[in-house]
Design a protein around this ligand. Structure first.
Ligand code: TRP
Length: 433
Protein backbone atom coordinates (compact mmCIF):
# COMPACT_ATOMS: atom_id res chain seq x y z
CA UNK A 1 0.00 0.00 0.00
CA UNK A 2 1.21 3.47 -0.80
CA UNK A 3 1.85 5.70 2.18
CA UNK A 4 -0.48 8.55 2.97
CA UNK A 5 1.29 11.84 2.49
CA UNK A 6 0.67 14.32 5.26
CA UNK A 7 1.99 17.84 4.90
CA UNK A 8 1.80 20.97 6.97
CA UNK A 9 3.48 24.36 7.11
CA UNK A 10 4.25 26.69 9.97
CA UNK A 11 4.48 30.39 9.23
CA UNK A 12 7.75 31.79 10.56
CA UNK A 13 6.40 35.01 11.96
CA UNK A 14 6.46 34.50 15.71
CA UNK A 15 7.78 32.67 18.76
CA UNK A 16 6.13 29.31 19.53
CA UNK A 17 3.80 29.35 22.53
CA UNK A 18 2.13 26.66 24.60
CA UNK A 19 -0.97 26.80 22.40
CA UNK A 20 1.11 25.95 19.32
CA UNK A 21 2.76 23.13 21.23
CA UNK A 22 -0.47 21.53 22.45
CA UNK A 23 -2.49 22.24 19.32
CA UNK A 24 0.02 21.60 16.57
CA UNK A 25 3.58 20.55 17.41
CA UNK A 26 2.88 17.76 19.89
CA UNK A 27 0.09 16.04 17.90
CA UNK A 28 1.98 16.44 14.60
CA UNK A 29 5.12 14.82 15.96
CA UNK A 30 3.07 11.98 17.43
CA UNK A 31 1.36 11.52 14.05
CA UNK A 32 4.67 11.53 12.19
CA UNK A 33 5.64 8.37 14.08
CA UNK A 34 2.64 6.40 12.85
CA UNK A 35 3.17 3.64 10.31
CA UNK A 36 2.02 4.14 6.73
CA UNK A 37 2.41 7.90 6.71
CA UNK A 38 4.98 9.99 4.95
CA UNK A 39 5.20 13.38 6.63
CA UNK A 40 6.28 16.73 5.26
CA UNK A 41 6.80 19.63 7.65
CA UNK A 42 8.05 22.92 6.45
CA UNK A 43 8.79 26.44 7.58
CA UNK A 44 6.50 28.69 5.57
CA UNK A 45 8.86 31.64 5.33
CA UNK A 46 7.45 32.97 2.05
CA UNK A 47 4.13 33.18 3.83
CA UNK A 48 5.77 35.02 6.70
CA UNK A 49 6.83 37.82 4.31
CA UNK A 50 3.15 38.61 3.84
CA UNK A 51 2.75 39.54 7.50
CA UNK A 52 6.20 40.62 8.63
CA UNK A 53 8.59 43.09 7.03
CA UNK A 54 11.15 42.93 9.81
CA UNK A 55 13.98 40.84 8.32
CA UNK A 56 15.61 40.10 11.67
CA UNK A 57 12.34 38.85 13.06
CA UNK A 58 11.83 36.51 10.10
CA UNK A 59 15.26 35.02 10.62
CA UNK A 60 14.82 34.74 14.36
CA UNK A 61 11.42 33.12 14.05
CA UNK A 62 12.68 30.65 11.47
CA UNK A 63 15.45 29.63 13.82
CA UNK A 64 13.12 29.38 16.83
CA UNK A 65 10.52 27.33 15.03
CA UNK A 66 13.06 24.97 13.50
CA UNK A 67 14.66 24.50 16.92
CA UNK A 68 11.25 23.94 18.50
CA UNK A 69 10.24 21.13 16.17
CA UNK A 70 13.52 19.33 16.49
CA UNK A 71 13.65 19.84 20.27
CA UNK A 72 10.13 18.46 20.58
CA UNK A 73 11.18 15.27 18.91
CA UNK A 74 10.62 15.62 15.19
CA UNK A 75 12.94 13.13 13.52
CA UNK A 76 14.36 14.67 10.34
CA UNK A 77 15.49 11.23 9.19
CA UNK A 78 11.97 9.97 9.25
CA UNK A 79 10.12 13.00 7.89
CA UNK A 80 10.93 15.64 5.29
CA UNK A 81 11.60 18.83 7.21
CA UNK A 82 12.49 21.83 5.08
CA UNK A 83 12.23 25.53 4.55
CA UNK A 84 9.80 26.69 1.87
CA UNK A 85 12.20 29.25 0.41
CA UNK A 86 14.80 26.52 -0.22
CA UNK A 87 12.48 24.94 -2.78
CA UNK A 88 12.33 27.26 -5.83
CA UNK A 89 9.87 24.90 -7.49
CA UNK A 90 7.20 26.15 -5.08
CA UNK A 91 7.06 29.74 -6.35
CA UNK A 92 7.23 28.40 -9.89
CA UNK A 93 4.24 26.19 -9.27
CA UNK A 94 2.53 29.15 -7.63
CA UNK A 95 2.61 30.90 -10.98
CA UNK A 96 1.16 27.91 -12.83
CA UNK A 97 -1.67 27.76 -10.34
CA UNK A 98 -2.16 31.53 -10.50
CA UNK A 99 -2.91 31.10 -14.18
CA UNK A 100 -5.73 28.65 -13.54
CA UNK A 101 -7.07 30.53 -10.52
CA UNK A 102 -10.19 32.61 -10.98
CA UNK A 103 -9.68 36.03 -9.46
CA UNK A 104 -13.15 35.70 -7.97
CA UNK A 105 -12.04 32.68 -5.97
CA UNK A 106 -9.45 34.84 -4.24
CA UNK A 107 -11.95 37.66 -3.72
CA UNK A 108 -13.89 35.22 -1.57
CA UNK A 109 -10.97 34.19 0.66
CA UNK A 110 -11.75 34.88 4.33
CA UNK A 111 -8.54 36.71 5.16
CA UNK A 112 -8.84 39.03 2.16
CA UNK A 113 -12.54 39.59 2.73
CA UNK A 114 -11.92 40.45 6.38
CA UNK A 115 -9.38 43.09 5.33
CA UNK A 116 -11.83 44.54 2.82
CA UNK A 117 -14.67 44.57 5.36
CA UNK A 118 -12.48 46.35 7.87
CA UNK A 119 -11.52 49.00 5.33
CA UNK A 120 -15.09 49.44 4.19
CA UNK A 121 -16.24 49.90 7.75
CA UNK A 122 -13.55 52.54 8.29
CA UNK A 123 -14.74 54.22 5.06
CA UNK A 124 -11.40 53.57 3.43
CA UNK A 125 -10.62 52.29 -0.02
CA UNK A 126 -11.61 48.60 0.14
CA UNK A 127 -8.10 47.50 -0.77
CA UNK A 128 -6.24 49.96 1.45
CA UNK A 129 -3.09 48.32 2.86
CA UNK A 130 -3.93 45.01 1.20
CA UNK A 131 -0.88 43.66 -0.59
CA UNK A 132 -1.11 41.37 -3.58
CA UNK A 133 0.79 38.94 -1.34
CA UNK A 134 -2.15 38.73 1.04
CA UNK A 135 -4.49 38.34 -1.89
CA UNK A 136 -2.39 35.54 -3.36
CA UNK A 137 -1.80 33.77 -0.05
CA UNK A 138 -4.12 30.83 -0.87
CA UNK A 139 -2.36 30.17 -4.19
CA UNK A 140 1.07 29.95 -2.57
CA UNK A 141 -0.39 27.64 0.03
CA UNK A 142 -1.95 25.47 -2.67
CA UNK A 143 1.47 25.22 -4.34
CA UNK A 144 3.00 24.08 -1.03
CA UNK A 145 0.49 21.27 -0.85
CA UNK A 146 0.20 20.26 -4.50
CA UNK A 147 3.95 20.29 -5.09
CA UNK A 148 4.18 17.14 -2.99
CA UNK A 149 0.77 15.69 -3.81
CA UNK A 150 -0.16 15.61 -0.15
CA UNK A 151 -3.30 13.63 0.67
CA UNK A 152 -3.92 15.14 4.07
CA UNK A 153 -3.17 18.54 5.50
CA UNK A 154 -3.52 18.93 9.27
CA UNK A 155 -4.66 22.48 9.90
CA UNK A 156 -6.76 24.58 12.23
CA UNK A 157 -10.35 25.33 11.34
CA UNK A 158 -9.41 28.79 10.09
CA UNK A 159 -7.43 27.13 7.30
CA UNK A 160 -10.14 24.83 5.93
CA UNK A 161 -11.09 27.26 3.19
CA UNK A 162 -7.48 27.35 2.00
CA UNK A 163 -7.47 23.59 1.60
CA UNK A 164 -10.71 23.77 -0.35
CA UNK A 165 -9.11 26.34 -2.63
CA UNK A 166 -6.12 24.06 -3.11
CA UNK A 167 -8.55 21.34 -4.19
CA UNK A 168 -10.24 23.74 -6.60
CA UNK A 169 -6.93 24.74 -8.12
CA UNK A 170 -5.79 21.13 -8.37
CA UNK A 171 -9.02 20.18 -10.13
CA UNK A 172 -8.77 23.21 -12.43
CA UNK A 173 -5.22 22.35 -13.40
CA UNK A 174 -6.01 18.65 -13.86
CA UNK A 175 -8.95 19.54 -16.05
CA UNK A 176 -6.78 21.54 -18.39
CA UNK A 177 -3.55 19.59 -18.39
CA UNK A 178 -4.29 16.04 -17.29
CA UNK A 179 -4.29 14.28 -14.00
CA UNK A 180 -1.26 15.72 -12.21
CA UNK A 181 -2.47 16.52 -8.73
CA UNK A 182 -3.98 14.64 -5.83
CA UNK A 183 -6.95 16.53 -4.37
CA UNK A 184 -5.87 17.23 -0.77
CA UNK A 185 -8.07 17.00 2.29
CA UNK A 186 -7.99 19.03 5.48
CA UNK A 187 -7.31 17.00 8.57
CA UNK A 188 -8.91 18.54 11.62
CA UNK A 189 -7.86 17.04 14.93
CA UNK A 190 -11.20 16.88 16.70
CA UNK A 191 -9.85 15.73 20.03
CA UNK A 192 -7.07 18.29 20.34
CA UNK A 193 -8.53 21.05 22.47
CA UNK A 194 -7.61 24.64 21.80
CA UNK A 195 -5.67 25.94 24.74
CA UNK A 196 -6.99 29.00 26.55
CA UNK A 197 -4.56 31.84 27.10
CA UNK A 198 -3.82 33.95 30.17
CA UNK A 199 -7.14 35.80 29.86
CA UNK A 200 -9.26 32.70 29.18
CA UNK A 201 -9.73 33.40 25.48
CA UNK A 202 -8.06 31.10 22.93
CA UNK A 203 -4.29 31.37 23.32
CA UNK A 204 -3.20 33.46 20.36
CA UNK A 205 -0.55 35.97 19.49
CA UNK A 206 -3.26 38.32 18.26
CA UNK A 207 -4.81 38.42 21.76
CA UNK A 208 -1.43 38.94 23.42
CA UNK A 209 -2.33 36.26 25.98
CA UNK A 210 0.27 33.62 25.21
CA UNK A 211 2.65 31.63 27.34
CA UNK A 212 5.96 31.23 25.47
CA UNK A 213 6.80 27.57 25.06
CA UNK A 214 10.42 27.83 26.08
CA UNK A 215 10.47 30.65 28.58
CA UNK A 216 13.06 29.89 31.27
CA UNK A 217 11.61 28.06 34.25
CA UNK A 218 11.34 31.06 36.63
CA UNK A 219 9.77 33.18 33.95
CA UNK A 220 7.31 30.43 33.10
CA UNK A 221 6.18 30.28 36.71
CA UNK A 222 5.76 34.04 36.80
CA UNK A 223 3.70 34.08 33.62
CA UNK A 224 1.52 31.22 34.86
CA UNK A 225 0.82 33.18 38.04
CA UNK A 226 -0.81 35.75 35.76
CA UNK A 227 -3.55 33.41 34.51
CA UNK A 228 -6.92 34.99 35.13
CA UNK A 229 -9.02 33.38 37.88
CA UNK A 230 -12.01 34.46 39.92
CA UNK A 231 -11.39 35.97 43.34
CA UNK A 232 -12.54 33.07 45.52
CA UNK A 233 -10.48 32.84 48.70
CA UNK A 234 -8.43 29.80 49.75
CA UNK A 235 -10.65 27.18 51.34
CA UNK A 236 -13.66 28.06 49.19
CA UNK A 237 -14.56 25.26 46.72
CA UNK A 238 -13.85 26.19 43.11
CA UNK A 239 -15.35 25.13 39.81
CA UNK A 240 -13.17 23.40 37.24
CA UNK A 241 -15.67 24.26 34.55
CA UNK A 242 -14.75 27.50 32.82
CA UNK A 243 -11.39 27.56 34.60
CA UNK A 244 -8.64 28.35 32.08
CA UNK A 245 -6.11 27.15 34.61
CA UNK A 246 -7.77 23.75 34.82
CA UNK A 247 -8.08 23.47 31.06
CA UNK A 248 -4.38 24.14 30.59
CA UNK A 249 -3.64 21.58 33.31
CA UNK A 250 -5.72 19.02 31.45
CA UNK A 251 -3.65 19.48 28.31
CA UNK A 252 -0.59 18.22 30.18
CA UNK A 253 -1.79 15.93 32.94
CA UNK A 254 -2.90 12.29 32.92
CA UNK A 255 -6.53 11.44 33.71
CA UNK A 256 -5.52 10.46 37.27
CA UNK A 257 -3.71 13.74 37.79
CA UNK A 258 -6.71 15.62 36.45
CA UNK A 259 -8.98 13.80 38.86
CA UNK A 260 -6.73 14.77 41.76
CA UNK A 261 -6.78 18.40 40.62
CA UNK A 262 -10.56 18.25 40.34
CA UNK A 263 -10.72 17.16 43.97
CA UNK A 264 -8.31 19.85 45.02
CA UNK A 265 -10.62 22.42 43.37
CA UNK A 266 -13.61 20.97 45.22
CA UNK A 267 -11.68 21.17 48.48
CA UNK A 268 -10.89 24.80 47.96
CA UNK A 269 -7.24 24.79 46.86
CA UNK A 270 -5.89 28.37 46.74
CA UNK A 271 -5.29 29.83 43.30
CA UNK A 272 -1.64 30.34 44.19
CA UNK A 273 -1.25 26.63 44.95
CA UNK A 274 -3.17 25.57 41.86
CA UNK A 275 -0.93 27.75 39.73
CA UNK A 276 2.14 26.28 41.32
CA UNK A 277 0.91 22.76 40.54
CA UNK A 278 0.19 23.78 36.98
CA UNK A 279 3.65 25.24 36.60
CA UNK A 280 5.22 22.06 37.99
CA UNK A 281 3.25 19.87 35.63
CA UNK A 282 4.08 21.89 32.53
CA UNK A 283 7.70 22.25 33.49
CA UNK A 284 7.99 18.50 34.00
CA UNK A 285 7.10 17.95 30.34
CA UNK A 286 8.84 20.98 28.90
CA UNK A 287 12.12 21.12 30.84
CA UNK A 288 13.93 18.39 28.89
CA UNK A 289 12.73 19.84 25.61
CA UNK A 290 13.82 23.29 26.71
CA UNK A 291 17.34 22.08 27.38
CA UNK A 292 17.54 20.62 23.90
CA UNK A 293 16.02 23.78 22.45
CA UNK A 294 18.60 26.00 24.08
CA UNK A 295 21.35 23.82 22.76
CA UNK A 296 19.97 24.04 19.23
CA UNK A 297 19.51 27.80 19.49
CA UNK A 298 23.16 28.07 20.39
CA UNK A 299 24.07 26.16 17.20
CA UNK A 300 22.24 27.65 14.27
CA UNK A 301 24.76 26.04 11.91
CA UNK A 302 23.43 22.61 12.88
CA UNK A 303 19.88 23.61 12.12
CA UNK A 304 20.97 25.21 8.87
CA UNK A 305 22.61 21.97 7.74
CA UNK A 306 19.60 20.00 8.77
CA UNK A 307 17.27 22.26 6.79
CA UNK A 308 19.49 22.10 3.75
CA UNK A 309 19.43 18.32 3.90
CA UNK A 310 15.65 18.56 4.16
CA UNK A 311 15.52 20.78 1.08
CA UNK A 312 17.56 18.24 -0.86
CA UNK A 313 15.05 15.57 0.06
CA UNK A 314 12.11 17.80 -0.82
CA UNK A 315 13.63 18.80 -4.13
CA UNK A 316 14.25 15.18 -5.06
CA UNK A 317 10.46 15.14 -5.39
CA UNK A 318 9.79 18.72 -6.48
CA UNK A 319 12.34 19.01 -9.30
CA UNK A 320 11.15 16.08 -11.42
CA UNK A 321 7.52 16.92 -10.63
CA UNK A 322 8.07 20.46 -11.84
CA UNK A 323 9.74 19.20 -15.01
CA UNK A 324 6.62 17.17 -15.78
CA UNK A 325 4.39 20.14 -15.05
CA UNK A 326 6.44 22.46 -17.26
CA UNK A 327 6.09 19.98 -20.05
CA UNK A 328 2.38 19.59 -19.41
CA UNK A 329 1.71 23.31 -19.80
CA UNK A 330 3.92 23.65 -22.88
CA UNK A 331 7.11 25.13 -21.45
CA UNK A 332 9.27 22.74 -23.44
CA UNK A 333 12.58 22.19 -25.05
CA UNK A 334 12.01 23.32 -28.64
CA UNK A 335 13.92 20.35 -29.94
CA UNK A 336 11.38 17.94 -28.51
CA UNK A 337 9.51 17.66 -31.82
CA UNK A 338 7.92 14.44 -30.77
CA UNK A 339 5.58 16.31 -28.55
CA UNK A 340 4.29 18.63 -31.26
CA UNK A 341 2.20 15.89 -32.83
CA UNK A 342 0.63 15.17 -29.50
CA UNK A 343 -1.02 18.57 -29.27
CA UNK A 344 -4.68 17.94 -28.83
CA UNK A 345 -7.42 20.42 -29.54
CA UNK A 346 -8.90 21.84 -26.38
CA UNK A 347 -11.84 19.74 -25.47
CA UNK A 348 -14.80 21.64 -24.17
CA UNK A 349 -18.18 20.20 -23.41
CA UNK A 350 -20.81 20.74 -26.09
CA UNK A 351 -24.12 22.45 -25.58
CA UNK A 352 -27.02 20.06 -25.38
CA UNK A 353 -30.77 19.71 -25.55
CA UNK A 354 -32.40 18.09 -22.59
CA UNK A 355 -35.85 16.56 -22.85
CA UNK A 356 -37.86 15.78 -19.77
CA UNK A 357 -41.31 15.39 -18.32
CA UNK A 358 -42.64 17.70 -15.62
CA UNK A 359 -45.08 16.95 -12.84
CA UNK A 360 -47.81 18.58 -14.93
CA UNK A 361 -47.52 15.52 -17.20
CA UNK A 362 -46.28 17.56 -20.15
CA UNK A 363 -43.08 17.15 -22.14
CA UNK A 364 -40.48 19.87 -22.25
CA UNK A 365 -37.04 20.52 -23.60
CA UNK A 366 -34.35 23.01 -22.83
CA UNK A 367 -31.04 24.05 -24.34
CA UNK A 368 -28.00 24.39 -22.08
CA UNK A 369 -24.51 25.48 -23.06
CA UNK A 370 -21.31 23.48 -22.48
CA UNK A 371 -20.93 24.90 -18.98
CA UNK A 372 -24.47 23.91 -18.09
CA UNK A 373 -25.99 27.37 -18.35
CA UNK A 374 -29.67 27.34 -19.27
CA UNK A 375 -30.30 29.18 -22.56
CA UNK A 376 -33.67 28.21 -23.95
CA UNK A 377 -36.77 26.87 -22.31
CA UNK A 378 -39.68 25.29 -24.18
CA UNK A 379 -43.33 25.29 -23.28
CA UNK A 380 -45.00 22.02 -22.32
CA UNK A 381 -46.05 19.66 -25.11
CA UNK A 382 -48.60 16.89 -24.99
CA UNK A 383 -46.24 14.23 -26.32
CA UNK A 384 -42.50 13.54 -26.31
CA UNK A 385 -42.68 13.24 -30.10
CA UNK A 386 -43.87 16.80 -30.39
CA UNK A 387 -41.07 18.04 -28.14
CA UNK A 388 -38.53 16.00 -30.11
CA UNK A 389 -39.76 17.32 -33.42
CA UNK A 390 -39.29 20.88 -32.28
CA UNK A 391 -35.77 20.12 -31.09
CA UNK A 392 -35.05 18.81 -34.60
CA UNK A 393 -36.41 21.99 -36.17
CA UNK A 394 -34.13 24.10 -34.02
CA UNK A 395 -31.13 21.94 -34.84
CA UNK A 396 -31.81 22.02 -38.57
CA UNK A 397 -30.87 25.63 -39.12
CA UNK A 398 -29.59 27.90 -36.37
CA UNK A 399 -30.41 30.94 -38.49
CA UNK A 400 -34.10 30.15 -38.08
CA UNK A 401 -33.85 30.54 -34.32
CA UNK A 402 -35.56 33.91 -34.09
CA UNK A 403 -38.50 32.77 -36.20
CA UNK A 404 -38.84 29.48 -34.42
CA UNK A 405 -38.74 31.14 -31.03
CA UNK A 406 -41.97 32.93 -31.82
CA UNK A 407 -43.59 30.04 -33.63
CA UNK A 408 -42.85 27.49 -30.94
CA UNK A 409 -43.47 29.86 -28.08
CA UNK A 410 -39.97 29.33 -26.63
CA UNK A 411 -38.47 31.59 -23.99
CA UNK A 412 -34.95 32.60 -23.18
CA UNK A 413 -33.75 31.79 -19.72
CA UNK A 414 -33.17 34.84 -17.55
CA UNK A 415 -29.85 36.39 -18.43
CA UNK A 416 -29.38 34.33 -21.59
CA UNK A 417 -28.97 36.13 -24.89
CA UNK A 418 -30.06 35.31 -28.42
CA UNK A 419 -26.40 35.32 -29.43
CA UNK A 420 -25.58 32.69 -26.85
CA UNK A 421 -28.36 30.42 -28.01
CA UNK A 422 -27.32 30.95 -31.64
CA UNK A 423 -23.74 30.12 -30.83
CA UNK A 424 -24.77 26.98 -28.96
CA UNK A 425 -26.90 25.78 -31.87
CA UNK A 426 -24.06 26.45 -34.28
CA UNK A 427 -21.61 24.52 -32.08
CA UNK A 428 -23.99 21.57 -32.07
CA UNK A 429 -24.31 21.71 -35.82
CA UNK A 430 -20.54 21.93 -36.32
CA UNK A 431 -20.00 18.99 -34.01
CA UNK A 432 -22.54 16.91 -35.89
CA UNK A 433 -20.99 17.74 -39.27
N1 TRP B 1 -1.36 29.12 6.29
C1 TRP B 1 -0.89 28.23 7.31
C2 TRP B 1 -1.12 28.86 8.68
O1 TRP B 1 -1.10 30.05 8.80
C3 TRP B 1 0.58 27.93 7.11
C4 TRP B 1 0.80 27.23 5.83
C5 TRP B 1 1.43 27.70 4.73
C6 TRP B 1 0.39 25.90 5.54
N2 TRP B 1 1.43 26.77 3.74
C7 TRP B 1 0.80 25.65 4.21
C8 TRP B 1 -0.30 24.93 6.26
C9 TRP B 1 0.50 24.45 3.59
C10 TRP B 1 -0.58 23.72 5.63
C11 TRP B 1 -0.17 23.48 4.31
O2 TRP B 1 -1.31 28.14 9.62
Amino acid sequence: MKATRVLTGITTSGTPHLGNYVGAVRPAIAASRAAGVESFYFLADYHALIKVDDAARIQRSTLEIAATWIACGLDPERVTFYRQSDVPEIPELTWFLTCVCGKGLLNRAHAYKAAVDKNTEAQQDPDADVTAGLFMYPVLMAADILMFNAHQVPVGRDQIQHIEMARDLAAGFNHRYGNHFVLPEALIEEHVATLPGLDGRKMSKSYDNTIPLFAPSEQLEKIISGIKTDSLAPGVPKATEGSALFQIYQAFASPTECEAMRQAYAQGISWADAKHLLFKRIDQEIAPLRARYQELMAHPEQLELLLQAGATKARAIATPAMARLRHAVGLRDLRSQATITSIKPIKTALPSFKQYRESDGKFYFKLVDGAGKLLLQSQGYASPQEAGLNVKKLQADPRELANLMAMLNLTFATGALLEEALKALQQLKDAAA
